[in-house]
Ligand binder design. Structure first.
Ligand code: PRX
Length: 630
């Protein structure tokens, strides 16, 4: 067996021995008594009896060896600011934030919702929460009031941390009015709101509820707030993600298992060393931002770059200039970002000294071969695809170069990562597909390894039903992705089995978009599908049935209604959910039992064969869509 094959086998066959070894990479206040308690499947409890703290492992433990080294590098090409925080400075800021949250009443187990742009204060807030045992819920700053309100409702935060605004492409995006709107829509009200004032917009301060970070920070300048020793299985955070139903799911993560999983991945997969710099271009609102902007790099003792701005401003070389300036060794981005850069001057790729950079990791959506090839040749660096989900927190499929050097294969995110007992299953029978090149659902046999979701926040039943009972006859975790595996164990991901779409690496539920569109007074019914797009991977397209079509007399009337519908989505979900097109029809294709045939609509839009339509109620419905498209 090769070194990796052996390593992988051990992680499955001697699960507890393997992870007991990995657990030594983090600092515990009390050593775990039991590696994995899987007595109540599918609920896995990792490192039972151990106590630790994520903030201790990300910040405090490094004060001994690297107090004056960079920890957080906050760069904004929107406000033209750059600030480097050493571990000592980060430690001080986090304690100021922790003391401020405590003053606002936050205690262990309370939820704190963070709705912020990519600024250092967002990192302080996340680290401050886990320091005191509060559970953070970061909501992507691009989400609008409706999406934010449903997350406030579900997480019931005691405090919300936010800001006057962010900026995108030189345009200020005000956060405070959206936040106020979301709080008024939610039946749960936070007792306090803590606001970072960047002086980008004037804030309407609600007396008694709203507090300014600047003032509280001054008050707690010398704060000493020790880390709370948490049980390994205590939740560290929840992060909402989309699924088949309209209601987003709060993915709940533990403390000790997550710390161990990230430390292991930094060593075996990303190969980042203490004292080096990591640059992930994601956003803290997504899982990549949690694992590989904040916790992973810091736990590894690396400096991490937080970047606010576009990849193309002031020009398409900005990211590479940061690699040169901060001697970035490991970089992480998404295929869409590379496709955006591909439209820029290729000379920008060779303008800077990139000798520090060892590899560029890409994840979040399928990496097409031309994009991989272009960036590989342009940078002359290994491009490493990796496949995972909000639910898992770290790669399911990838290449573990820290264990054994292997090359990526174009089009494949790699082989099963250690700890994941990955199977391909037949969708209908649940039978395992062991042969090469067979298409099946990518599934994982329990227990999920450390770092993966514990449950859905406040909804164990939904966790079991959604993830573990979707494949007939087996209790196995479904990723809801189609995949095939070649004879060498390399997987290829073929898209989602459910109604989730992936737009520019952003995971969206088509049902959420449909619910938003249905709130327009003149829409009675709508189907949203994801269709292939050369730049964004997929875009959302909506087919809507209007209640009163009498006004739809010409193209201008169609365009007006289309713009109105898009505006509704902008205001409820945010521009990330806005469909690229909204088309109006008189009927939608459905089965005789009334189920929307989204896959058939998608196939028509992408010019593919629609397959078996014997259960379709009214074939004219699909013909209408064909006619519109032609
Ligand atoms: O469909 C898969 C796709 O993105 C989904 C997970 O999205 P999210 O929860 O936002 O987590 C992203 C973490 C990187 C998956 O179910 N996906 C993710 N990575 C890849 C991918 N599809 C193909 N190749 C990948 N490398």
């Amino acid at each position: 067996m090769t070194a990796y094959a052996d390593f992988y086998r051990r992680s499955i066959d001697d699960r507890d021995g393997f992870w007991a070894e990995e657990a030594k990479a983090i600092e515990w206040n009390t050593q775990p008594q039991q590696v994995c308690d899987y007595s109540n499947p599918p609920f896995a409890r990792w490192f039972v009896g151990g106590t630790t703290n994520l903030c201790h492992n990300a910040v405090d433990r490094h004060l001994k060896d690297r107090a004056d080294q960079a920890a957080l590098i906050a760069v904004s090409t929107e406000t033209n600011t750059e600030q480097v925080y050493t571990f000592t400075q980060l430690h001080a800021e986090v304690q100021r934030m922790a003391a401020s949250l405590q003053e606002l009443g936050v205690q262990k187990g309370d939820r704190v919702l963070i709705y912020m742009p990519m600024i250092a204060e967002a990192a302080f807030a996340m680290l401050a929460c886990v320091r005191i045992g509060a559970i953070h819920t970061v909501v992507f700053g691009g989400f609008a009031a409706g999406a934010l309100a449903s997350r406030i409702e579900d997480a019931s935060p005691k405090v919300i941390v936010s800001s006057d605004g962010g900026s995108r492409g030189g345009k200020v995006v005000e956060y405070k009015p959206l936040l106020d709107d979301a709080i008024s829509q939610s039946s749960h009200k936070p007792s306090a709101v803590l606001l970072a004032d960047r002086k980008l917009a004037v804030m309407n301060i609600v007396a008694g509820r709203d507090h300014l970070w600047g003032a509280l920070r001054e008050k707690h300048l010398n704060a000493v707030v020790p880390c709370e020793w948490l049980d390994s299985t205590d939740p560290s955070y929840t992060l909402y993600t989309s699924g088949t139903t309209g209601k987003p799911k709060g993915v709940q993560r533990d403390t000790g298992g997550y710390a161990v999983a990230l430390a292991a991945s930094m060593k075996h997969i990303y190969c980042g060393n203490p004292g080096e710099t990591y640059f992930s271009t994601s956003d803290i609102g997504w899982v990549v931002g949690h694992s590989y902007i904040i916790y992973g790099p810091l736990i590894a003792g690396m400096a991490t770059i937080m970047y606010e701005g576009l990849p193309t401003r002031p020009d398409g070389g900005i990211w590479w200039s940061l690699v040169e300036k901060y001697k970035v060794t490991v970089m992480f981005s998404a295929p869409t970002a590379v496709r955006v850069l591909k439209k820029q001057d290729p000379a920008l790729l060779s303008k800077y000294d990139l000798s520090s950079l060892r590899a560029l990791f890409l994840a979040g959506e399928p990496l097409d071969e031309p994009t991989a090839q272009w960036i590989n040749e342009g940078l002359d660096k290994p491009i490493i695809d990796n496949y995972w989900q909000t639910e898992t927190g770290w790669p399911i499929l990838g290449i573990a170069n820290g264990v054994e050097k292997k090359l990526s294969r174009f089009g494949s995110p790699g082989v099963a990562m250690y700890g994941y007992n990955v199977k391909l299953l037949d969708e209908n029978s649940g039978d395992e597909l062991t042969g090469a090149d067979q298409k099946g659902v990518v599934a994982i046999e329990g227990p999920l390894p450390p770092g993966c979701m514990q449950t859905i926040w406040q909804d164990d039943a939904r966790f079991v039903k959604t993830y573990w009972q979707s494949i007939p006859g087996k209790m196995v975790y479904s990723t809801f992705d189609w995949g095939v595996r070649d004879k060498d164990g390399y997987f290829f991901i073929l898209g989602r089995t459910d109604d989730v779409i992936n737009v520019a690496g952003h995971r969206l539920g088509t049902r959420e978009i449909e619910e938003s569109i249905s709130s327009h007074p003149n829409i009675s019914e709508v189907a949203v599908v994801g269709i292939a797009d050369a730049l964004k991977g997929q875009v959302a397209v909506a087919f809507a049935v209007v209640k009163d079509a009498s006004g739809l007399v010409d193209a201008a009337a169609h365009a007006k209604l289309e713009a109105e519908v898009m505006k509704v989505v902008d205001n409820t979900i945010g521009a990330v959910g806005r469909p690229a097109r909204v088309r109006f029809v008189t009927v939608l294709p459905k089965t005789r039992s009334g189920k929307l045939l989204r896959r058939a609509i998608q196939a028509v839009c992408e010019g593919r064969d629609v397959g078996d339509l014997t259960t379709m109620d009214d074939p004219a419905a699909l013909q209408q869509i064909r006619d519109i498209l032609s």
